[in-house]
Design a protein around this ligand. Structure first.
Ligand code: NAD
Length: 353
């Protein structure tokens, strides 16, 4: 099968980890007889340096013409002093909006071989952790009206329509159906009017999924429950800002931010796939970045955009096998002196595939 993949290596360690993922994809094409065509696009700091714009329209057009987009990470201290709408993050928000990817899927998984890396006590983790956070990505407060009302005052607005809530709810209910059949919706309906719309819309919509058990939590309680009793969660659905914060919290309790992939999906098959971590400027260019989050993001791309389940399984099992054999990059190694680099870790995964 021929598929066109746009690569956005981005900034910092982005190019290093995307390079690893491409090697893994090439191995998959050789093993399963597919043909992946790659085209590079610029976004973030790299696009600011080249075009003076964190996401030129032509780069967005390339992405929308592809079957899927695989990205490294955007941003870094070099661009931190630019005005808000010219920063790398502005390019990222425009990319998500421009691709219409409203559903951000972030699995937070503790790999059995990495249990000791979690900052939580093993009595709290129990048998392990496997949570899927479904975050609304192109609405809410990050896209609401904002402005200054004076030198020292400003406002941001958070708005959700029932239609937006049902759209993201549909994704979450379907995922819950394929997992444990439990879905937790997180809001702040005791205070926020838009959260009351959220809660009613998701409750109404649940009638379409009688096989899924829906529960609700306020976001402050959800943040506490994630560290005191994470095992109760299977699928969580929430808005843009709450999802941003909770998914970072969930990824940190896995103890390995360098391991976690993400997928952002819209109505069609095209998706945006990227590791959860950022551009890690502190280790960029040193050859020590953990490539597994990006490699696992490529696996999600095969699963969700190309419907290549066996190919995705092959990558995920290879990663598991490499971890079980004890290979670690510096970020997840208990004994740092035994850590291997980006290229070595990639080669280990290639061998297992
Ligand atoms: P970060 O995730 O880049 O780094 C946090 C810490 O984790 C650092 O110590 C880093 O070395 C380590 N780390 C991250 N990924 C790693 C990997 N693959 N292997 C080994 N260690 C890894 O977060 P930050 O420092 O807050 O942000 C740095 C830059 O990245 C900022 O400019 C930020 O805006 C940007 N950022 C971009 C995205 C994105 O593109 N989606 C997401 C988060 C942050």
């Amino acid at each position: 099968m021929t598929k066109k993949i746009v690569l956005i290596p981005g900034d910092g360690i982005g190019p290093e980890v995307v390079d690893s993922a491409v090697k893994v994809l090439d191995k998959i094409t050789a093993k399963f007889g597919h043909n992946f065509e790659y085209e590079n696009a610029y976004a973030g700091g790299a696009a600011i340096d080249k075009f003076g714009n964190p996401l030129p329209q032509a780069e967005l057009d390339k992405c929308n013409a592809a079957d899927a987009v695989l990205m490294g990470a955007l941003g870094g201290p070099k661009w931190d002093n630019l005005p808000g709408d010219q920063r790398p993050e502005a390019g990222l928000l425009r990319l998500r909006k421009g691709m219409g990817v409203y559903a951000n899927l972030r699995p937070a998984v503790i790999f059995p071989a990495l249990k000791e890396s979690s900052p939580l006590k093993s009595s709290v983790i129990g048998d392990g952790l496997d949570i899927m956070i479904v975050r609304e990505l192109i609405g809410g407060i990050y896209f609401g009206k904002r402005g200054r009302t004076g030198d020292d005052s400003a406002y941001d607005t958070m708005e959700y329509s029932a239609q937006e809530v049902k759209r993201i709810g549909d994704v979450a209910f379907k995922i819950a159906q394929k997992r444990s059949g439990r879905l937790t919706s997180v809001d702040k309906a005791n205070v926020l009017e838009n959260s009351r719309v959220w809660r009613k819309a998701i409750t109404d919509y649940s009638a379409n999924y009688p096989d899924v058990e829906l529960s609700h939590l306020y976001v402050d309680n959800a943040a506490m429950q994630l560290v005191t009793n994470p095992g109760q969660f299977d699928v969580i659905v929430t808005g843009n800002m709450f999802g941003d914060i909770l998914s970072d919290e969930a990824s940190v309790i896995t103890g390995s931010i360098g391991m976690l992939p993400s997928a952002s999906l819209g109505d069609g098959a095209i998706g945006l796939y990227e590791p959860v971590h950022g551009s890690a400027p502190d280790i960029a260019g040193k050859g020590i970045a953990n490539p597994l989050a990006t490699i696992l993001s490529a696996a999600m791309m095969l699963r969700y955009s190309f419907d290549m389940q066996a190919e995705a399984d092959a990558i995920e099992s290879a990663v598991d096998a490499v971890l079980n054999e004890g290979f670690r990059t510096g970020d997840i190694a208990v004994d740092k002196s035994t850590a291997i680099g980006t290229v070595e870790m990639t080669n280990k995964v290639l061998e297992k595939i």
